[in-house]
Write a protein that binds this ligand. Structure first.
Ligand SMILES: Cc1cc2nc3c(=O)[nH]c(=O)nc-3n(C[C@H](O)[C@H](O)[C@H](O)COP(=O)(O)O)c2cc1C
Length: 196
């Protein structure tokens, strides 16, 4: 099959991209509003784009009514956020944080997650996450309708048990989760790992 982009409807092409560009890591972004309300949401249009200084990107669409998602609003208002990473142990909580809530309600509470004070930014880290990058906004740009948020990490807090002093990660302890298309996810550890 071939799909000529300009002759394919948006939903079909989106489904194709989501199902084929896999597995995607999940950037679990915590942020805080100008008014001090904390927020958490997952994004799988996420990746590292520079190794040192570490820079990450998260690509975020608008809501159906055209308004900004809380994450975009908070990051543009405060210039700061935290990218937390998802493991099997906090996967269910991550799913709960994708629900659309009014801006005055914090996903921390709804998902039963604990806020942990960050060292260098106002946005809290997710205590239950095994690794969190405290970021300042490096750049915001629009790619068609998406807000691409680039964050430069100033500090990484990582669970001592999953890394050694040289920065090598033990995937069987980290237990990272990746996103496939639709309702499918993948466990990127155990039998899912091939050593070459
Ligand atoms: C695993 C997962 C990945 C997601 N990835 C994205 C994404 O890359 N971009 C996006 O705009 N929304 C994505 N979403 C949807 C957002 O998480 C959702 O719209 C959320 O309510 C936004 O929250 P906010 O308004 O608090 O920022 C994803 C949802 C899930 C469950």
């Amino acid at each position: 099959m071939e799909f000529l982009v300009k002759e394919t409807d948006e939903d079909t092409f989106f489904r194709l991209v989501l199902g084929l560009v896999v597995p995607r890591p999940i950037g679990w972004v915590s942020s805080v509003s100008k008014e001090g309300i904390t927020n958490v949401a997952p994004f799988s249009f996420f990746n590292a784009v520079n190794d040192y200084p570490p820079v990450f990107m998260v690509s975020i669409g608008d809501r159906d009514d055209g308004s900004f998602k809380d994450t975009v609003k908070n990051v543009l208002d405060t210039g700061e956020f935290v990218i937390n990473l998802v493991s099997q142990e906090n996967f269910r909580e991550m799913l709960k944080t994708a629900e659309e809530l009014p801006p005055h309600v914090s996903e921390f509470e709804v998902a039963g997650l604990s806020e942990e004070k960050s060292k260098l930014v106002k946005a809290p880290r997710i205590k239950e996450s095994k690794a969190s990058f405290e970021c300042k906004l490096y750049k915001h740009m629009k790619v068609y309708d998406m807000h691409v948020i680039f964050g430069e990490a100033l500090l990484l807090r990582v669970d001592d048990r999953i890394v050694d002093e040289k920065g090598r990660v033990d995937f069987n302890l980290y237990k990272p989760m990746g996103r496939l298309g639709g309702k499918f996810y993948v466990k990127a550890f155990g039998d899912g790992v091939i050593e070459v």
